[in-house]
Write a protein that binds this ligand. Sequence first.
Ligand SMILES: [Zn+2]
Length: 181
Amino acid sequence: MLGSRHIKHCRACGTLVEYRVPSEDNRERAVCGGCGTVHYENPLNVVGTLPVWEDQVLLCKRNIEPRYGLWTLPAGFMEIGETTEAGALRETDEEAGARVELQGLFTLLNVVRVSQVHFFYRARLLDTTFNPGYETIEARLFREDEVPWEQLAFRTVRETLHRYFDDRRRGQFGVHFADIV
Ligand SMILES: [Zn+2]
């Protein structure tokens, strides 16, 4: 399984770790042979927004790997000390330089293969002046028929956009949970 067995050295003392099931546990962990520290590895949260202006959505063209040159919604890893909402707003500012007002959680997507959980919030753009940071080549608005579906960077972005346009047609926005396999 991806994500396992990638710790090499103990974070406390630097000794090589070994992967084994500690006593009173039921999973393999990186255990230090020197000081005995058990290193627990848990999924990471990715937080972002689906910024909307009238009938258009905001996408960012990635200036970084992975998926350089492909389009994404503004999103990234949550930082220590912030809420999911604060992280989503920060990423929207950093990647798109966009000002938004959050309108509630829209998708919660489990990406078990890479040990991540992605949260996207619907967001209302307050204006259409974008000032993307270094991670973004270009930030621009797309109507549904303009979305570059074949050039989206991530499955979770595709899933979130599909559900947004479906909900918009129904005239009602829900909260969507899905597992991306
Ligand atoms: Zn150690």
